[in-house]
Design a protein around this ligand. Structure first.
Ligand code: HEC
Length: 425
C-alpha cells in the first residue's frame, strides 16, 4: 500500500489491485479523516433519531434480525486522481488507487428507517460515526437525500468480502451507497438522524463540493456555485504498465479495470496510436450492477518505437471520459483518459532508483507545530505555492495547530521551498 498518512489512516491500493475483480482486504484503500476508533461491540449501539415515530437503539444482533442483503460495489474516494490535477491543490495526493471493488453484506437502510417510521416532512438522513475529530477539525458527519436513503441498494454493511468489517473500514457498521463517491460511505455508524432540514456541517457545506460548471484551472470559485459530490464518474485505468515503462518487442497483455455509477460500463476502448484509432478491449466475465469490470487488450507493437497508449470506458448512457481533467478547487472526480507512454525497445535500460531526500534540515517549528496530530507524510506529498502553503498553515491553525507568530514566515518559507510547485533538488 502507498501510505499517504499513517495516522489518520490513508492508504492507497497498489496498481496490482486492479488485477482481481474483488479487491482483497490487504490491498483495499483506506481513507479516514480522523483516527480509527476502537469500537467494542458490547458498548456499541445504533440509534435512529429525528423525524421518526419510534426512535431506535439497537445492538448489532438486533439489527441483524432484518433481512440480509449482499451486493458487489466499487468504492471510490471523491479525491481519487487529485495528484493529476494541474495546478495542484492541497489535499491527500491520491493517484489511481483510491478505489476498490468489494462484496458488501448488511441490511437495507430503508428497512431500518421503516422500523423507526419516517415522519412527513423528512428530506434527508444524516450519519455520524464513532470517530472523534482530531484537534478542532469539524466532526465527520454526512447526509444523503431521503430519496437515496430509500433506494434498496443503499445498505448498512456489517461485512466486507465475507468478513466482519475491519476497524479501518468502519467496524461494526458502515454506510454503502453504490454508485456514489466514498464521502457518503460513512464508517463506524452510530447515529442516524432523519431530518426535515438540510444538514449544514463542514463536510456537506464546505468540503466535498464541486463547481456546477467548468471553471478556469486555478480559479477561486464563489461558494454559491458549488454543489455536493454525489455520483461517481465513468472511468477506466490501465494497470499492467506504468507511464514511461520500457518493454521488449513482442506481444503485450494490457489489463485494467473500468467503472461507472448506476449506468454500467458497456465498453472499454484502447488506442495505441495517441488517439488516432481505437479498438475494443475484451471485458471480463465478472459483473454486477455497481461493480467494476476488468478488461484486457492483447497488442503486438508493430516495431521498436515510442507509443502513447490511451484507454477510455463508455457506459450504458453513452457517457465516456474526457481527454482532459475538469479542474475543480479541491481536486475531486478526476476521470480524464489515462495516457501511458511505452518505449518498445530490445534494450531496456535499468530504472535508476531515485534517492530519498533525507538530507533536508527541518526547522524546529515544523516538529513543534505540525508533527503532533499527523506525521510528515501528508505534508511532503504536496506541491503548493507560497500563497497556498500560507492558507494551508492557517487552516491547520484553525484546526488546532499552535504556530508561534514570529515563526510562521520561517515555516511557510520552508514548506514552499521544499514542498513547492518547483521542488528544490
Ligand atoms: C491539531 C492537529 C493538527 C496539527 C497540529 C496540524 N495538522 Fe495538518 N491536518 C490535521 C487534520 C485533522 C488533517 C486532515 C485529516 C483529514 O481530514 O484527512 C490535516 C491534514 C493536513 C494536510 C493534508 C491536506 C489537507 O489539507 O487535508 C497537510 C498538508 C497538513 N495537514 C499540513 C500541516 C502543517 C503544515 C501543519 C503545521 C503548521 C499541520 N498540518 C499541523 C490536523 C493537524
Amino acid at each position: 500500500m502507498r501510505v499517504l498518512s499513517s495516522r489518520p489512516e490513508d492508504f492507497e491500493m497498489p496498481m496490482e489491485g486492479f488485477g482481481s475483480w474483488i479487491t482483497p482486504l490487504d490491498k483495499f484503500f483506506i481513507r479516514s479523516h480522523h483516527y480509527t476508533p476502537d469500537v467494542k461491540l458490547r458498548d456499541w449501539k445504533l440509534s435512529v433519531v429525528g423525524k421518526v415515530s419510534t426512535p431506535l437503539v439497537w445492538s448489532l444482533d438486533e439489527l441483524k434480525k432484518l433481512p440480509r442483503v449482499e451486493l458487489v460495489s466499487v468504492l471510490e474516494c471523491a479525491g481519487n486522481g487529485r495528484a493529476h490535477h494541474v495546478p495542484p491543490m492541497a489535499g491527500l495526493q491520491w493517484k489511481y488507487g483510491a478505489v476498490g471493488n468489494a462484496r458488501w453484506a448488511g441490511v437495507r437502510l430503508v428497512d431500518v428507517l421503516r422500523k423507526a417510521g419516517i415522519q412527513p416532512g423528512a428530506v434527508e438522513v444524516m450519519f455520524d460515526g464513532a470517530d472523534v475529530a482530531v484537534g478542532s477539525q469539524p466532526e465527520f458527519q454526512r447526509s444523503i437525500p431521503l430519496k437515496k436513503a430509500l433506494d434498496p441498494n443503499t445498505i448498512l454493511a456489517y461485512e466486507m468480502n465475507g468478513e466482519p468489517l475491519d476497524p479501518s473500514h468502519g467496524f461494526p457498521l458502515r454506510l454503502v451507497v453504490p454508485g456514489w463517491a466514498g464521502d457518503s460511505w460513512v464508517k463506524w455508524v452510530m447515529k442516524i438522524e432523519v431530518r426535515d432540514t438540510e444538514f449544514d456541517g463542514f463536510f456537506m457545506k464546505t468540503a466535498y463540493r464541486i463547481p456546477n460548471r467548468p471553471v478556469r484551472p486555478g480559479a477561486t470559485i464563489d461558494p454559491a456555485l458549488m454543489t455536493p459530490v454525489t455520483s461517481l464518474s465513468i472511468k477506466s485505468v490501465l494497470a499492467s504498465n506504468a507511464d514511461g515503462d520500457e518493454v521488449r518487442p513482442g506481444s503485450l497483455r494490457l489489463t485494467g479495470a473500468a467503472w461507472s455509477h448506476a449506468a454500467q460500463v458497456v465498453a472499454v476502448e484502447v488506442s495505441t496510436d495517441t488517439g488516432r484509432t481505437w479498438k475494443a478491449a475484451t471485458l471480463g466475465s465478472d459483473r454486477a450492477p455497481f461493480a467494476w469490470r476488468l478488461w484486457e487488450f492483447n497488442w503486438t507493437p508493430p516495431g521498436e518505437a515510442y507509443y502513447t497508449v490511451l484507454v477510455r470506458a463508455r457506459n450504458a448512457l453513452g457517457e465516456t471520459q474526457p481527454l482532459q481533467p475538469e479542474w475543480n478547487p479541491s481536486g475531486y472526480s478526476h476521470n480524464a483518459v489515462q495516457a501511458v507512454r511505452l518505449h518498445v525497445t530490445a534494450n531496456p535500460q535499468p530504472v535508476s532508483a531515485t534517492t530519498p531526500a533525507s538530507n533536508i534540515v527541518r526547522p524546529a517549528a515544523l516538529e513543534q507545530s505540525c508533527l503532533t496530530c499527523h506525521t510528515l507524510e501528508p505534508i511532503e506529498q504536496q506541491r503548493l505555492t507560497h500563497a497556498q502553503w500560507e492558507r494551508e498553515v492557517e487552516k491547520m491553525q484553525r484546526w488546532g495547530a499552535k504556530v508561534r507568530p514570529e515563526l510562521k514566515d520561517v515555516l511557510v518559507d520552508f514548506l514552499a521551498n521544499h514542498y513547492g510547485v518547483r521542488p528544490v533538488r
